[in-house]
Design a protein around this ligand. Sequence first.
Ligand SMILES: C=C1C[C@]23C[C@@]1(O)CC[C@H]2[C@@]12CCC[C@@](C)(C(=O)O1)[C@H]2[C@@H]3C(=O)O
Ligand code: AKG
Ligand code: FE2
Length: 362
Amino acid sequence: MGTTTLSEAYRDHPLHLRHIIPLDFGSTPTVPESHVWPHSDGFSSADISGDLPVVDMRDPDAAELMGRACETWGAFQLMGHGIPMKLIEEVELEARRLFGLPAEQKLKALRSPGGATGYGVARITPFFTKYMWHEGFTIMGSPIDHARELWPHGYQQFCETMESYQKQMKLLADDVMRIMLKSLNISEQELSWLANKNLNQYHTTTAPCTALQLNSYPSCPDPNRAMGLAPHTDTFLLTVLHQTAHIDGLQISKEAGPTGSTWVPVRPANGALVVNVGDLFQILSNGRFTSVVHRVVVNQTRRQRFSVAYFYGPPADFAVSPLLSSGQQDQVVVPRYRSVTVKEYVGIKAKNLDKALSLIKI
Ligand SMILES: C=C1C[C@]23C[C@@]1(O)CC[C@H]2[C@@]12CCC[C@@](C)(C(=O)O1)[C@H]2[C@@H]3C(=O)O
Ligand SMILES: O=C(O)CCC(=O)C(=O)O
Ligand SMILES: [Fe+2]
């Protein structure tokens, strides 16, 4: 699964334990100062330019619709994806079981300072002065080692469900990737790891880098003062996200003309998965697709919210650079980004967060 080399990139940027251990949300009756966010906009959002586009994968115009959505929004809601609802529900149930464990049990599966997987706060935490109302669990490949620490006897169901979901997500992300390339008029042959299906199944060096992130936003005593997940862009090519039905929280940043940008809510739509463009796709598309800035606000209903994010990128040693569309082969097209390997970019992002993309701009 290309996990070894990606883990190396994180090992070079170890975190301090205070940037890994989540608050014991279950025994916290008020929001402590450490978790109170200043918010000039009151975390408000506006439906400025309508809702996020919905694209059905089976639509003959899917490529064009996805392309337009990725250019203008950097995201879309995906229907007709073929992932069984039952599997999605099982994943959410397992996430609920995990985050519902007592704090001391969850800490047995704590991510290590130089590690990539396990229980802990979001990786972006050190870049902010306040902590988020969030706890996460990161999986790359088999989660068996950490699952055993959580449930010495009952870990099997969790592992089977997460592995099965990752398999299905990988196939889906491969397909979405192909459609998105088609919308840019780029041949999939440009990406050897995507074009050569048989190669990438078993070889870690040619397999895409993938990760599954379970997110929990516990019920909050004062939702107006806390932040679920601070504004960020995702690092890899694309992210496929499932969010708990009926619980709002996810917002994306959208340019609103001369007045600047505004936050647009992405409400959970029945049966849909959210796909968003990450930094590496912005590079690959030479800036045509936007790596969308998004955040999660704590919902007002005081119900715990969960989300499941599948991150999909090229193999860790693959050099990502802007690709030309077939119509541009004879033209002089100026690349706006230099070539960067996935591993190298993960390192740049670990040190610079939102400055990372501008640092590789030509
Ligand atoms: C593969 C990954 C993407 C991610 C870092 C990670 O190693 C696993 C966690 C992911 C996540 C989830 C919450 C938001 C985010 C920015 C973070 O802090 O951890 C993303 C990371 C990312 O896209 O860079
Ligand atoms: O919880 C959500 O809706 C978004 C999660 C997210 O942005 C992430 O995991 O990168
Ligand atoms: Fe994200």
